[in-house]
Design a protein around this ligand. Structure first.
Ligand code: OXD
Ligand code: MN
Length: 573
């Protein structure tokens, strides 16, 4: 801290203890300077609106760097800069940048404070908005500091909003030094360093060295009418429905029969093998930083209930009586003010920014699982990969074994979303939804995944889903949301050896009667596309997967190439 203060020269220094008094004082200060605007106290008690700089609304992948000593260790999947050059570049920006500001020291713990799977960090920042968000998203303050003092090890994070100038913005990671330096952005994924920078990029690197996995996955518990709970971890790219699946409400008939859904996490999952050979997972986060647009009583009633109070909204619109508003909210209200603070005019774009967010404590979620606090984590029965694929990819299929499952994850493709700056709706390979977040070479990462398949391991089954398949009319074919439980039920049936599947070259698809479709009406086209296997299209897909793997050169594990070749061979028959 002394070194940082000497470089950044703040007017004041504040060590965060995480107390209510501290939070109240910070909020009062942010209200006074306009960083936070109070929302309607009757409809949204304890809740605030923050309007970010209009050029600072999403992650900036082109300005995000992994700075390993060897460029090949960062891999073709990351932007790379030599560590010395990166430190020099960014330190020049940090020089004197906190003059006139307060430096906040945030000790935090990712994961339950007493879990052996958790890891700590310290973020130094000049943004009280970051402090308020970190307080919701992590276990922050005195307990974390005590653990850091005990362990002596932590990830060092330095953040300044700088001038919020996109030309003076860098998100730098130094995995070999367990260090992060982020300058020039106040946006969640760039500025809340516990989240993407620590819990994914740095943690994935640490996890490889220490024999665990740090993944961009939700964790959900599915309790059947017999009272058994199976935990599922699912990787979908940003803004592809992780929060919705994690908080799913079972369809009417399932509710009546006694099915329940428990939310452990909605974005990040840290997993390691337990003594019994199964993978055990914790959610390193303590809150949700969710996408607001599209969240409604239909898509995610649990999320709506979660954010009814004590929530920070960023870049949403406002109704005339200061209630938060976003596209797709469908609550009968109308926006009066847009996310920039101007009078709402539909010709000027949406009222809420498409990547508008809510930050809220996980414990406010009606489906919050108390197992989220279990230091041992929850045993994972199934791992699910999925992306936005308008064509070709069926609703669900199961990988034949772990190696095939790793290939299914490595080959994941999805259309880009507003969670990062750049074009939206462009199909790209996003292996295991980690393209923006893996802190080292993907070839080594796939090798690390393959290494879990060893004697005594009782690994989860691996599945792929696609909720986003479209018909010839361009409309989604699967109802999604609560009805996705039907697909999860099939997966659990497969895990227990009870549900039917048909073998195809790409894996097992559900047999015609294996999925419970009571109460769902699907057209013939929908059935054919959601449950069918299109050999010609898959042949082309596998050629493209082969080219993708080849792009990593000889570092790509041979076992993964062999698996791609095996399936390409089956498709050619
Ligand atoms: C997120 C993201 O904020 O993936 O979770 O962008
Ligand atoms: Mn995410």
């Amino acid at each position: 801290m002394a070194e940082v203060a000497a470089l950044t020269r703040p007017d004041a220094i504040h060590w965060c203890d995480g107390s209510d008094e501290e939070s109240e004082a910070l909020i009062a200060q942010m209200q006074a300077d306009g960083t936070l605007l109070p929302l309607n106290a009757e409809t949204n008690p304890g809740s605030w609106l923050h309007r970010s700089h209009p050029d600072d609304v999403a992650r900036v992948e082109h300005l995000t760097f992994v700075c390993t000593r060897e460029q090949a260790d960062a891999g073709p999947n990351n932007h790379w800069m030599a560590p010395d050059e990166a430190h020099a570049k960014v330190d020049a920006l940090f020089d004197g940048c906190m003059r006139g500001r307060t430096l906040y020291v945030i000790p935090y713990c990712m994961g339950p404070i007493d879990s052996p799977l958790s890891r700590c960090g310290v973020e130094i920042t000049d943004s009280p908005y970051v402090v308020a968000n970190m307080r919701l998203m992590t276990r922050m303050g005195a307990d974390a500091l005590a653990r850091i003092e005990r362990e002596g090890a932590f990830v060092k994070g330095l953040h300044s909003i700088g001038e919020l100038d996109p030309e003076r913005r860098f998100i730098m990671h130094f995995p070999e030094e367990l260090t992060i330096k982020s300058y020039g952005s106040g946006y969640g994924g760039n500025a809340l360093l516990g989240k993407k920078c620590h819990a994914l990029r740095i943690a994935s690197f640490q996890a490889r060295n220490e024999g665990w996995l740090a993944e961009h996955m939700l964790i959900v518990g599915i309790e059947n009418p017999q009272g058994e709970t199976h935990y599922v971890a699912a990787a979908f790219p940003s803004a592809c429905g992780k929060t919705n699946l994690a908080m799913l409400i079972p369809p009417e008939g399932y509710r009546r029969d006694g099915w329940k859904v428990w939310t452990v996490g909605d974005d990040i999952c840290w997993m390691r093998p337990g003594a019994d050979g199964r993978l055990y997972a914790i959610n390193p986060e303590a809150g949700y930083f969710g996408v607001a647009p599209g969240t409604s009583a239909k898509s995610n009633p649990n999320a709506l209930e979660t954010i009814r109070k004590n929530t920070i909204f960023t870049n949403v619109g406002l109704t005339a009586d200061e209630q938060p508003w976003w596209e797709g909210l469908d609550n009968g209200q109308q926006p009066a003010t847009d996310w920039r603070g101007n009078a709402y005019d539909p010709d000027q774009g949406p009222a809420a920014h498409p990547n508008a967010r809510f930050t809220v404590s996980a414990k406010q979620c009606p489906s919050w699982s108390p197992m989220a606090e279990d230091p041992q984590g929850v045993p994972i029965s199934a791992i699910v990969f999925g992306g936005r694929r308008a064509s070709l990819v069926p609703l669900v299929f199961e990988a034949r074994d772990w190696t095939h499952g790793v290939l299914v994850g490595a080959a994941m493709g999805s259309e880009t979303t507003a969670a990062a700056t750049g074009a939206v709706g462009v199909m790209r390979r996003d292996p295991m939804a980690m393209k923006p977040f893996c802190g080292y070479n993907f070839a080594d990462y796939f090798g690390h995944w393959l290494s879990f398949d060893k004697t005594g391991a009782k690994l989860p089954k691996v599945f792929h889903v696609n909720w986003f398949r479209k018909g010839d009319d361009g409309k989604f074919l699967w109802p999604g949301f609560g009805d996705n439980l039907r697909v999860l039920e099939w997966m659990i049936g497969r895990v227990k050896g009870e549900a039917g599947g048909v073998e195809t070259p790409i894996g097992h698809l559900p047999t015609a009667d294996a999925l419970n479709l009571d109460g769902v009406t699907l057209s013939e086209e929908a059935k054919a596309k959601l449950f069918g296997f299109e050999r010609t299209g898959w042949k082309a897909e596998f050629d493209s997967i082969g080219e993708y793997l080849d792009g990593y050169g000889p570092r790509m594990p041979q076992a993964l190439r062999d698996e791609q070749q095996r399936i390409a061979g089956l498709l050619a028959d």
